[in-house]
Design a protein around this ligand. Sequence first.
Ligand code: ATP
Length: 259
Amino acid sequence: MAGLLKIDNLAKKFGGLTAVSNVSMHLNQNELVALIGPNGAGKTTLFNLLTGVISASSGSIVLDGRNGAVTLNGKKASQIAQMGLARTFQNIRLFKEMTVVENVMVAMTDRFNENFFSSIFRTPAFYKKEQMMKDEALKLLTIFNLEKQAETKAKNLPYGIQRRLEIVRTLATNPQILFLDEPAAGMNPEETADLTRLIIKVQKMFQITILLIEHDMSLVMNVAERIYVLDHGSLLAEGTPAEIQDNDQVIKAYLGEEV
Ligand SMILES: Nc1ncnc2c1ncn2[C@@H]1O[C@H](COP(=O)(O)OP(=O)(O)OP(=O)(O)O)[C@@H](O)[C@H]1O
């Protein structure tokens, strides 16, 4: 399996605090990897570094994907998103007043190269493109059993469905890598079980690489092929779910009595 993302000695300091300390890791093509660790371990900071929300203090991030090898350090979040790195956030970021299908269409606009002139003046080309986007958005919604809610406003969806819609929105950008930040946060066990099936389906169907931050160990152990454990900003361990569950350092630092 080819290395898709290579992270070398990545570090981030906030004043005197080292939130991420010399982390090296990699993601292979079409792999489902989890990133776990106690609160404040640096997981979200690492996501923010990888997706260009913040810049690294040192170290390198190289994407070796469909456009060849590209260094991501110094690139803006929008540039990184265009290269096919998509993410969800801990808090839901849907357009609440828009319908489900509109939320997906907005995520597609970059890909369809929506032109400012044609959208302001509503040219025939605009309507044609809009119809194409809507057709594709509906196709995507159908895959995730959301077609019946296509015209429902996002704010009126149950919580678990809003989270599912967020993942569908990221897929609308045609990503190479999906970063999911605590997708099961706030979910009940039934919603978490649904989400577990959804994540496995997404990876298989879209053949993409997924990096997942999650505190819900049942989800992590069910979906992840490999797990990285962060503690106090540093990598504590890396391995299969079975190896991680057996790792004394991890049990001490993080899993505690849950295992
Ligand atoms: N913008 C910032 N400025 C200063 N300190 C920050 C900033 N962002 C994060 N930190 C600090 O960096 C450390 C790592 O935080 P981070 O949010 O990455 O941890 P986490 O592993 O995602 O935690 P959680 O599981 O609670 O979401 C924490 O000590 C946090 O307070």
